[in-house]
Write a protein of this length. Structure first.
Length: 111
């Protein structure tokens, strides 16, 4: 028997995350999430770099849908959380995200 999915919660408005930008938010359960607007598509990943625990939202979105940690340059795919450049070796968590009526809603981890 599977456990129920966590409810989605409103974390920001779409205009808070313009195309090409990152925004850090904290869910009610304490999870730190990085919202990513890659070419108008909103994604939600863990906001803590798996290499040295630096905020991913302080980094940059670079061409190809990658986010780069500002501290040591680790890169992650904003769709899957997969590591694309060292020094990180562990992927970022990916969260359920929905955009409805220009509001961004985030739920639990999907991977």
């Amino acid at each position: 028997m599977s456990s129920p999915k966590p409810a989605l919660e409103r974390v920001a408005a779409v205009h808070d995350v313009p195309p090409g930008s990152l925004k850090g938010v904290t869910l009610s359960n304490g999870d730190k999430v990085c919202l990513v607007n890659a070419d108008g598509e909103i994604r939600a990943l863990g906001n803590v770099c798996t290499h040295q625990e630096f905020a991913m939202s302080d980094g940059a979105l670079i061409p190809g849908g990658l986010i780069e940690c500002a501290w040591h340059g680790a890169r992650f795919d904003c769709r899957s959380g997969a590591v694309k450049r060292f020094p990180a070796t562990e992927p970022l968590p990916v969260y359920d995200v929905r955009v409805e009526h220009d509001e961004i809603w985030v739920g639990g981890r999907v991977r």
